[in-house]
Design a protein around this ligand. Structure first.
Ligand SMILES: [Fe+2]
Length: 247
């Protein structure tokens, strides 16, 4: 009876893991176009690891940052096709899609006006702020995206140290219709104790809309794998987030 109970618990945990780790919407796996996977071999190694973790779909999001990563929608789609072909030839089952992680600077407003964006799930746009300087037009960019018919998704809110320890901006952005994405590895302490604490604040306050791996290299996935038994991950796995909706 005790054994049966244990089996049931394990089965239930596995099902829950599958829930929020089914679809990832933030990663840097397309080879050679940003600071993520440098080569196709690295890409394939990470894809295999994602499959091992139970993921079924990845929306890959290379950086687009003016003057640093001048990726275009065409470059990204071409890379996606290359990765899809290799992945298919190797018998991998992951569904692969691509979008981008847009760096917020003055060029983003113009890009929105020109609709020069590569959304995921129809109209979702992942965007990020500088890690160093607090942006001054936080509400404006959300308004601008919403007005143009896009669904803004702010990448890794917990990693912007200039907002710490407040989470009020996350609350206010959500009220304006922006989704808040948090990195899974923030809960492992990978980005430091302050980022971990901020992620936990967001979790406790119910301000997390989407979880993401923000995977740049295989070590990110190995760390995630080794942390899945931590108690905070049990909470994360049952958290009502939107990841499943992107399947
Ligand atoms: Fe990222």
């Amino acid at each position: 009876m005790a054994l049966f109970g244990l089996f049931n618990t394990q089965k239930k945990e596995a099902a829950n893991l599958g829930g929020n780790l089914l679809v990832d919407i933030h990663s840097h796996l397309l080879p050679g176009i940003d600071d993520g996977a440098p080569t196709m071999d690295h890409t394939i190694g990470m894809l295999r690891k994602f499959e091992e973790l139970g993921y079924q779909k990845l929306i890959m999001t290379p950086h687009i940052m003016s003057g640093v990563y001048d990726n275009t929608s065409e470059i990204i789609v071409q890379k996606l096709e290359e990765v899809r072909k290799v992945s298919h030839d190797l018998g991998l089952k992951l569904q692969l899609e691509a979008s981008a992680e847009y760096y917020f600077d003055e060029t983003l407003f113009d890009r929105i006006r020109r609709k020069d964006l590569l959304p995921f799930a129809g109209n979702h746009i992942l965007f990020e702020f500088s890690f160093r300087n607090q942006p001054s037009q936080v509400e404006d960019i959300v308004f601008s995206l919403k007005s143009a018919g896009y669904q803004p998704v702010l990448a890794h809110f917990e990693r912007y140290l200039y907002f710490h320890p407040s989470i009020e901006i996350a609350r206010s952005l959500r009220e304006r219709g922006c989704y808040i994405q948090v990195n899974l590895n923030s809960f492992t302490g990978h980005y430091g104790a302050d980022v971990k604490n901020q992620a936990i604040r967001l979790l406790k306050a119910g301000l997390i809309d989407i979880l993401g791996s923000d995977c740049h290299r295989i070590q990110h996935l190995e760390l995630l794998q080794s942390s899945l038994k931590d108690s905070v991950f049990h909470q994360l796995m049952t958290l009502k987030v939107k990841n499943r909706e992107f399947f």
